[in-house]
Design a protein around this ligand. Structure first.
Ligand SMILES: Nc1ncnc2c1ncn2[C@@H]1O[C@H](COP(=O)(O)OP(=O)(O)OP(=O)(O)O)[C@@H](O)[C@H]1O
Length: 322
């Protein structure tokens, strides 16, 4: 869907981005991460030609973007930025409708699309469509910004610190809602973030940059398990435990679990409380043992089963990592 080769940008004598190459398939998410000033935003902006590369190429669907009219290019790419960039004198509905209008969609189609997006992003259409950005909270504005970027259904979404300006709780909630959006599953997303946990949670690939150069480009778990160099190892070391949970996928857990042992007749069902599950998971990881069996909890022997654990895992994965 999108490919770069040798992407480089110089500002005078200074090389902000050097020879960045990656390839993303439809539906994949690339998280660009690294210390402040490492070239994340410059890389992102070269993808929609907000910044012209000094060298290298970008192809979208096999087409070299430098040969494409810029308007046509940007219609294929939703763009979400940290300060939202909503038009203050447009209502929420008008803000979301900007690109569909430019594309000449019928009014009824625009209205239906706007309403559907607002609902999907947890904003009641009746209450919000006619409000102005300054009547919304930061989190609500950010949701509108996301809706606007998705309005014309672009196959590619570029996001620069999309959840950056928000408090941690709002940030987490929006991120969760965002990841649950059904239509995003088929989109190819490139996001810039300074939050390594966010990168690990959202990225199917993580690209760690330092001083404009790629240090490692790989699935998140690979950065943990096989860091390419000392910089990568140091970068992930501090949060290794949280990152492991962020990048844990249900299938990883499945492969660790053997058949559930038969429950004894006097087994009490386990209520999967968070601390208990957390302890089980840690134990299993640390000792390389499967987390099935029994445990003494509040003075009683409790047994936990595969479906229970999986369910609890699904429900709690997010909050565990916090
Ligand atoms: N227009 C410009 N002129 C000169 N230098 C620039 C320009 N734009 C960016 N730079 C420099 O290029 C480097 C990379 O900038 P960029 O914004 O891509 O970094 P970043 O990784 O996104 O940083 P941050 O996380 O702080 O937003 C920085 O050192 C920056 O000062």
């Amino acid at each position: 869907m999108i490919k770069t080769q040798g992407l480089t940008r110089r500002f005078g004598d200074f090389t902000a981005v050097r020879e960045v190459s990656f390839e993303l398939q439809e539906g994949q998410t690339l998280a660009l991460i690294g210390p402040s000033g490492c070239g994340k935003t410059t890389t992102l902006k070269m993808l929609n030609r907000l910044i012209t590369p000094s060298a290298g190429n970008v192809w979208v669907n096999g087409q070299d973007i430098s040969q494409q009219p810029v308007v046509q290019l940007r219609r294929q790419m939703g763009y979400v930025i940290q300060d939202m960039g909503l038009f203050p004198h447009y209502t929420v509905a008008e803000n979301i409708a900007v690109v569909p209008r430019l594309l000449g969609w019928e009014v009824s189609k625009i209205k239906a699309r706007t309403g559907a997006l607002l609902e999907q992003l947890g904003l009641d259409t009746g209450a919000f469509a006619q409000k102005y950005p300054n009547e919304l909270s930061g989190g609500q504005q950010q949701r509108v910004g996301i809706a606007r970027a998705l309005a014309a259904n672009p196959p590619i979404v570029l996001m620069d610190e999309p959840f950056g300006a928000l408090d941690p709780l709002t940030r987490q909630q929006i991120r969760r809602d965002f990841m649950e959006l059904e239509e995003l599953r088929s989109k190819t997303t490139i996001m810039v973030t300074h939050d390594i946990e966010e990168a690990f949670e959202m990225g199917s690939l993580v690209c760690l940059l330092n001083r404009g150069e790629v240090q490692q480009l790989a699935p998140p778990e690979t950065l943990l398990q096989s860091p390419a160099n000392e910089f990568v190892a140091d970068f992930v070391a501090e949060k290794a435990a949280q990152l492991e949970l962020r990048s844990a996928k249900l299938r990883d857990i499945f492969s660790e679990l053997p058949e559930a042992p038969p429950l004894p007749g006097n087994a009490l069902p386990l209520s999967p409380t968070l601390p208990l599950l957390r302890a089980i998971y840690r134990l299993a990881k640390a000792r390389g043992k499967h987390p099935l069996g029994s445990t003494t909890y509040q003075g009683q022997q409790r047994y936990f089963t595969l479906p229970l654990l999986i369910e609890a895992f699904k429900n709690n994965l997010q909050s565990w990592a916090n």
